[in-house]
Design a protein around this ligand. Structure first.
Ligand code: GDP
Length: 375
């Protein structure tokens, strides 16, 4: 757990700390023999299988562990993906290549809503419900707080106590890189690793603050907005652009005293949706009254997810969405690679230091400094 907490953080020397210890090169593989200091993996322990892994896993071990649904290896693979160290990034990308043929089959569901709407209560109840139906559910929590506090794994486990201990569920916070509510920088890679580990439902949760929803909607196939009945003026707080993205709207807390307000809110949303273009051509965004606490409407919510998926598949839009998702990933990695090459260029750091001093002392204008460096 401490490994996860240090992911992406800097060490005291200012360099990114090593979250896993170095990855052993492939040739160092022990060929399945327990290396010195080997530990029994979590899956090996719980299933009583003799499955040993070295403390510092090789790429082979990570690959095999992920494909064998070994949760501790999955966690280590995600930690590797989240590491900022260039050599870890190279290894993490190589791992993505190796697992690629095992990805793509899951239902990718995004859930967003303002704090307090009931997202975690909903994920807990629908997650447990799905697991009981035989699904394998991974939950990625995009967590702006974990970027600051260095991880809130315990927080998420208490937010979803039953799901956290369910055999076929996996909960993982994705720390955002400082951007409030933004999609974490390696959520895509984490999703791929979870799919390769056999999770057939991947739920990505993010706190909706009006900016992050678009990014999340682009990462998943089905985007669900979780709402709560408010003080009458239901539509006020939610931007039109966000409502337009919703493939499903779930008005939570439709129970007890809140039920009439929840019904009114749902009617308002239905009305508002009529004025908006559909999120998915050929699909009418349903507005559902649900109660995460009282387990009301979860079956309807899930059949809407499946219904939306069916429309995506039949119309060919699933392939299109997936292709767009891949292209966005391509552009992001390409940008990162170009930037890294650039910064690794001999002499760059020295010139950067000189330009920084010159800008700081106002000896050169900022555009001149940038132009000088790029040349
Ligand atoms: P999140 O911030 O969106 O994750 O919201 P939480 O799941 O933490 O829920 C916020 C509050 O709403 C908590 O006090 C929950 O107990 C409550 N809550 C969540 N779902 C329901 C529901 O279906 N009905 C009612 N009445 N309260 C709920």
């Amino acid at each position: 757990m401490s490994q996860q907490r240090t992911a992406g953080k800097s060490g005291s020397d200012g360099k990114p700390s090593d979250p896993l210890g170095p990855i052993q090169p492939a040739s160092d593989s022990t060929g399945g023999l327990p290396a010195e200091g080997a530990v029994i993996s979590e899956a090996g322990r719980t299933r009583g299988v003799k499955f040993t892994v070295a403390k510092r896993p090789t790429l082979e071990q990570l690959e095999q562990g992920v494909l064998a649904r070994d949760r501790s290896m999955l966690s280590r693979a995600i930690t590797l993906a989240e590491s900022r160290r260039p050599q870890d990034q190279d290894a993490a990308q190589e791992l993505q290549v190796r697992i690629a043929s095992h990805t793509g089959k899951a239902i990718r569901l995004g859930l967003s809503g303002v704090p307090g709407a009931g997202k975690s209560t909903l994920i807990e109840s629908i997650g447990v419900w799905l697991v009981n139906q035989g699904h394998h559910v991974a939950v990625l929590v995009i967590d702006p707080s974990s970027a600051r506090t260095g991880g809130s794994i315990l927080g998420d486990k208490t937010r979803m106590p039953q799901l956290a201990v369910a055999q076929n569920a996996y909960i993982r916070p994705s720390p955002t890189a400082g951007t409030l509510g933004g999609v974490a920088w390696r959520t895509r890679e984490t999703m791929m690793l979870c799919e390769a580990a056999g999770f057939d439902v991947v739920i990505v949760e993010s706190v909706g603050v009006g900016q992050s929803e678009g990014e999340l909607a682009e990462l998943v196939d089905t985007f669900c907005l979780v709402l709560a009945p408010g003080g009458g003026d239901e539509l006020q707080g939610i931007k039109r652009g966000v409502v337009e993205l919703a493939d499903i709207m779930a008005v939570n807390k439709s129970d007890g005293d809140l039920e009439p307000a929840a019904k009114r809110a749902a009617a308002d949303y239905r009305h508002a949706l009529r004025m908006l273009p559909p999120s998915t051509p050929g699909w009418k965004t349903p507005v559902l009254n649900i109660s995460a606490r009282a387990d009301i409407g979860l079956d309807k919510l899930w059949s809407s997810v499946e219904g939306h998926r069916a429309v995506l598949e039949q119309s060919g839009q699933l392939l299109e969405r997936r292709s767009e998702q891949r292209l966005r990933w391509f552009r992001r990695l390409l940008d990162e690679a170009i930037l890294r090459r650039f910064k690794e260029h001999p002499g760059f750091q020295k010139e950067l230091a000189e330009m920084t001093a010159a800008v700081s002392a106002n000896k050169i204008t900022v555009p001149q400094a940038v132009r000088g460096l790029v040349k």
